[in-house]
Design a binder for this molecule. Structure first.
Ligand code: GLA
Length: 507
């Protein structure tokens, strides 16, 4: 009999665990400056069915398709992201009342969180969704006169994420003066997310312990002949969960001006939890106007991932640049997809004072070859993209520095005509991109996205050039003589040959 009971218990093990899933599961995460962020998972198990909801820092979201299999669970959270349905898949397993939960986003991005079972209470009813604010249509914000050419500088996020600090920013500014980055035109030193603390009794935004004195830091960066950038969100929280500018827009713009800030990246993040997202242009116009009224010239960078036709209205809300995609990663797949596939048809929105932003550079972060980084630099320059280095400039190899400071390629990016390149030819993995330059010349990129070396041909007729033209190779720093009708070159796998083409008729 005892044996039978034991066997039965073993058979029932999955169900014993299943019953355990009901209740409150809590995940506590420490931020870089010692604050805590909590996420609650409220679950109800009913046989092998699982229901409940997830309460993050912003709002509660019901789970669907919840299933229990032994000590494992799976469910889906369906989000409406700017009019598109987005399914986030969750899968977890319990060991010793700890739930290891992995989430997978539709683009393949994964993260894991650990939850503790803190009570077996049945979930209280799902809190009602907050009413969203709808703003009247955006009023046009006048152009601030800045960024006549695409901004150049450095941003902390790609390399340092939440580890950025006052000391690192100073060291980066020093390094940029020392290693030629500043002389090559990289002027902005931009602090991304995680500098923020809460607000004082008057509502003034505070810096956290990593940034003891923002004004002193700005003074330091200015003393080097460079400019300082900062980051915020129109929502209550930034993407990394720090204090955002919601309902403090003018106050924050004044604070930035008083500190001596020269550049603001304004990242949508949690703004959808408080605003109807159709109000996005008006939300961005609010800060655009606040920056103008602050009395200090501050470059305004919109970070809303290109949704809701952002490039079409970015300039009218005061934006000098606007992101056109989600976040870049330091690998060929991400960089080439963003640079080649997601920038088509956007050239018409770029021009002096307002630029498409395919995200910051990954050059030097280690996930791509030098050949691929040259492609990254060439493509971004052809696209008239902001050039914001994202690597550790305190310790950078000569090869990477040479890529970032190639004056002939930078001159293409910074060309005063401000015309973004278009793809003029595509033959499988081989692509030709071209942009007109001031004075009648053209910059042309011969790209090979394929796995082996190939001959790529740029035809003058595709670019709009007639007759003879002089060709200069901008990576070899060598003249290639006259070419009639076309220019061909062998291009390595994932590589580029970037040329400047001067039609004879331009003289
Ligand atoms: C978003 C942005 C990134 C970076 C992070 C910071 O993901 O797109 O560029 O600013 O937020 O949290």
């Amino acid at each position: 009999m005892r044996f039978l009971l034991a066997a039965l218990a073993i058979l029932l093990v999955p169900n014993i665990y299943a019953a355990d899933f009901t209740g409150h599961w809590l995940s506590v995460r420490k931020t870089a400056d010692g604050q805590t962020q909590e996420t609650s998972l409220w679950l109800k198990a009913d046989g092998d069915l699982l229901t409940g909801y997830l309460t993050g820092r912003d709002e509660s979201e019901p789970i669907s398709e919840g299933k229990i299999t032994g000590n494992e669970i799976s469910f889906v959270i369906v989000r409406d992201e700017f009019g598109n349905e987005r399914r986030i898949l969750y899968h977890g397993a319990v060991t010793d009342s700890t739930l290891h939960l992995q989430q997978t986003h539709p683009d393949g991005w994964q993260s894991e969180n650990t939850y503790k079972h803190i009570s077996s209470e049945t979930p209280p009813p799902l809190p009602p969704a907050r009413a969203k604010i709808t703003l009247p249509p955006a009023a046009t914000v006048p152009y601030n006169g800045l960024a006549k050419t695409p901004p150049m500088g450095w941003n902390s996020w790609n390399k340092f994420a939440n580890r950025v600090s006052d000391a690192i920013v100073r060291q980066i500014a020093d390094a940029m003066v020392r290693n030629g980055m500043k002389d090559a035109g990289y002027i902005y030193v931009n602090i991304d997310d995680t500098w923020e603390a809460g607000r004082d009794a008057q509502g003034n935004i505070q810096t956290n312990s990593k940034f003891p004195d923002m004004k002193a830091l700005a003074d330091y960066v200015h003393s080097k002949g460079m400019k300082l950038g900062i980051y915020s969100s129109p929502g209550p929280k930034t993407c990394a969960g720090y204090e955002g500018s919601f309902q403090h827009e003018e106050q924050d713009a004044k604070t930035y001006a008083a500190w001596g800030i020269d550049y603001l990246k304004y990242d949508w993040c949690s703004a959808s939890t408080v605003y109807d997202y159709h109000s996005m242009p008006a939300v961005y116009a609010k800060m655009g106007q606040a920056l103008l009224s602050s009395g200090r010239p501050i470059v305004y960078s919109l970070c809303q991932y290109g949704v809701l036709n952002g490039p079409r209205w970015g300039a009218s809300v005061g934006g000098n640049l606007w992101r056109t995609t989600g976040d870049i990663s330091d690998n060929w797949r991400s960089m080439s997809h963003i640079g080649f596939d997601l920038q088509l048809d956007l050239a018409q929105y770029a021009g002096p004072g307002h630029w498409n932003d395919p995200d910051m550079l990954e050059i030097g972060n280690g996930g791509m070859t030098d050949t691929e980084y040259r492609t990254h630099m060439s493509l971004w320059s052809l696209l008239a993209a902001p050039l914001l280095a994202g690597n550790d400039l305190r310790d950078v190899s000569p090869a990477i520095l040479e890529i970032l400071t190639n004056k002939e390629v930078i001159a293409v990016d910074q060309d005063p005509l401000g015309k973004q390149a278009k793809r003029v030819a595509k033959d499988g993995d081989l692509e030709v991109w071209a942009r007109p330059l001031a004075g009648g010349a053209y910059a042309v990129g011969l790209f090979n996205r394929g796995a082996s070396s190939a001959k790529v041909t740029a035809r003058w007729s595709d670019i709009g050039i007639s007759g003879n033209a002089r060709v200069r190779d901008l990576w070899a720093h060598a003249d290639r003589g006259q070419a009639t009708g076309k220019f061909s070159s062998e291009v390595p796998s994932h590589g580029v040959v970037m040329i400047r083409v001067e039609p004879e008729s331009a003289h």
